[in-house]
Structures are given as C-alpha cells and as structure tokens.
Ligand binder design. Sequence first.
Ligand code: NAG
Ligand code: NAG
Length: 402
Amino acid sequence: MHGLLAAVITAAIFGATGAGCVAVPSTNCYVFDNTSHIYDFSSLVGQLFEYDDEKDPDLVVRFCKDIETRAQTGYVDYGRYNSLNYFIASAGTGNFLQEYFNGDIRNCETTYDKLGRTAQVNIICGSCPNGQCVGGLGCICSVTYESTCRVLIDLALPCVKPGLRVFEGFTVGFHPRSWEVVYNGMTQVGYEKSYDEFSFSTEQRDVTLYLTAVASLSSLVQKPTIKVSPKEGLAVKLSGSGANGSPPTTLSPTMIAVDWRCEKARDKPYEVNITIPVLNYAPVQFTFAKLCEHSQDERGESLRGWGIFGIISCILIVGLTLSCVGGFIYKMRVQNLRGLDAVPGMAILSACLETASGGSGGPRYTRPNEANDHFVNQATWEEQTASTRRTTATSEKTYGSI
Ligand SMILES: *[C@@H]1O[C@H](CO)[C@@H](O)[C@H](O)[C@H]1NC(C)=O
Ligand SMILES: *[C@@H]1O[C@H](CO)[C@@H](O)[C@H](O)[C@H]1NC(C)=O
C-alpha cells in the first residue's frame, strides 16, 4: 500500500515537473553518491563551520570554498586553497569526501605529490560518531593534523535530500567531441529551459547532435522523443542513428539530425523539448528555442526545383559541347588544314592568342622602370594607344561574329 502511494506521488511529481531532467547545479558544490544520485549542496556554499582547538589554532571550514586556521583574534593564518578539487562519494569514513589542494602555506610545496598544503573533509550525513551535532546546521567532529601540510576533518551536517539518478558520463553536443548541451548526464545552462534571447534563427533548417555514453551503460539509452510548444506551427523531425535509439559510446557517438520547418510565423520562438529516456536513470532532457519569422516550404519542393534546373543545365551543356565539336570537325574537314593548324584545338588557341595580344605586331609590355629613355617611353605609349584601338576593333569583330 505504501509502495503504491509512493509510486502515485512520484508519478504526480514527475508529471508536474515534466519528465524531471537533471540540470547542472548552479555551483560546483555537488556530488554523486555510489548509486549516481545527485546531492546539490549549492545552498550551503560558504557556510562557516568553526572548531575551537585548545592546543592548535582554531580551524574554520568555509563549505566548498576553503579551509582556514585562525589565530585567537580571528586573524586568518592560512587557508586560500585553489578551490574545491574533489567531491566524491566516500568509501571510508562518512558519506562524502572533499579534497582541497594547493593551500598557501610555505614549505609544503614538495609534499604529497607536490600538491602543497592539502585538506580532506569527510562529510557525515547526520551526527558525529560520538553523538555530537544532533540537529542544527552541523559541526566539525574532529580535526587531525597528519603533518604540518595535511589536515583531516570530520564534518557532520544534515545532508540535503538526494536528487534524481544521473546518467553519468553521458554527453550531447553540436560536434562529435563537444558537450555544450549535456555534460556528464546533466543539462547545461542555456538548454535546461527555453530562452527567448538565445534561439535558432529562422534560416537554420537543421541542427545535428552527437551523443556519447560510457560504453558499458550505452545500451540503456532509448529512442528520443520531442515535444513542441505550441503544438502547431513548427514541424520537427528527428533522424539518424541516435533517433533510432542506437547505443552511443565515447568512441563512436551516435547522431540525431533535428530537422525543423516553420509552418506558421510567430513573434516568440517555439519551444522544442527533446527527451532521451535512459533505463533506470532520470531521462536526459534539453530545450531549444526556434524562431519562425516566416513560414517555409518543405525542403523536398525546393530540392525538386533545383533538380529540374540541374537537368536543363545538363542538357544545355551537352548540346553546346556537341555543336562545338561538330563545328570543329566540320571546319577541319572543309578547310583541310595541314601541319600544326590541324592539331585539334590549335585554331581556337591561335584565335584566342590573337585576340588577347591585340592582333599581330602588338606592343611589347614595358615596365616603367625599364624604360629610362623618354622617347622610347613615348613611342611605347603611342604604340599602345594605337594597339588599344586595334584591340577594340578586333573585339568588336569577334563579338559580331558570335
Ligand atoms: C553505498 O553507500 C552506502 C553508504 O553510504 C552503503 O550503505 C551502500 O552499501 C553502498 N552501495 C553500494 C552499491 O556500494
Ligand atoms: C519543456 O521543458 C521545460 C523545462 O523542463 C518545461 O518547463 C516545459 O513545460 C516543457 N514543455 C513541454 C511542451 O513539454
């Protein structure tokens, strides 16, 4: 009975949130447990957890940001790690494990694989092993200095509720080796919902998506589905290997070709939701905005037009070639040319050369710096003027004869 009720509630929630996809959290303060459920700690980023120490300086954890030690006056002795480097499910103490590298203390540069000062935080969901920290925001259970360069901290806090089960390793991108749309199973910012200001233009008739998944889990990927809002006015078709639900791997991505055609113009973009179901995991869903400033023909029609144009062009080219060859053979036979002129193409070539050089006895090309003598220069100029006239005459004749 309880199971049934849970199922009904789950269905209701999923129905309300629309398939329930996993958008990437707003900060890097999130973690997956050993069953790939996501825990988003973004609301706790920067939260202070202080630990008063009798013999050592006080220690402060700024959650997901830094580990600091402070002198009694509150002065920060050291801290300032690069950032949070690791946040993973724990195999040992606690539920999760955080690692901070490259702290700013000196003389630790060569320790621990040259990572400088390091800190490890074991996060325990609930209370400390000794029963401390029941309720409230949580607290530090213990601080252990492994060396002057490494500190271990046990931190208990009421963990956030687990999120959906993320299909880790799955990517969707616009190129075979990119993941702008979905990375590590999470829909990236910009594609988790429709943004009016970022949309595909009217002219863009298609977009190709490339899917990759961890090879051992790739068979869980199912056939994608689409939902367009509003329902009428934009025709969307999916094709390609990914559209049939073929298993993608990292080495051989599958492809989804999204083909869209505006049937009705609209001042706001259409919203296109593409959902890729994954067995036993939350589905992967992303949203595109598609602008339709005017309606468009089916692509087949315009292709047919081009096809007819192509056939006509082809007939024209073949006809022209045939008549040219015919004319040439006729000329060769009738005029019965001998010697070099009888070589096919020679007559045309010589005619071309004649036209280009402006007839026989044309001027020699003279570079200005070559002609030092003024009179030679002038002679060349006069000759050129004369030849220009001649060339014009020749061209006129040529145009007339065609
Ligand atoms: C996952 O971790 C929990 C403790 O955090 C443990 O009880 C459980 O057995 C683990 N499951 C697997 C499949 O490793
Ligand atoms: C598309 O997805 C968004 C975000 O998940 C959701 O708000 C919207 O209702 C969905 N639209 C349709 C038509 O399913």
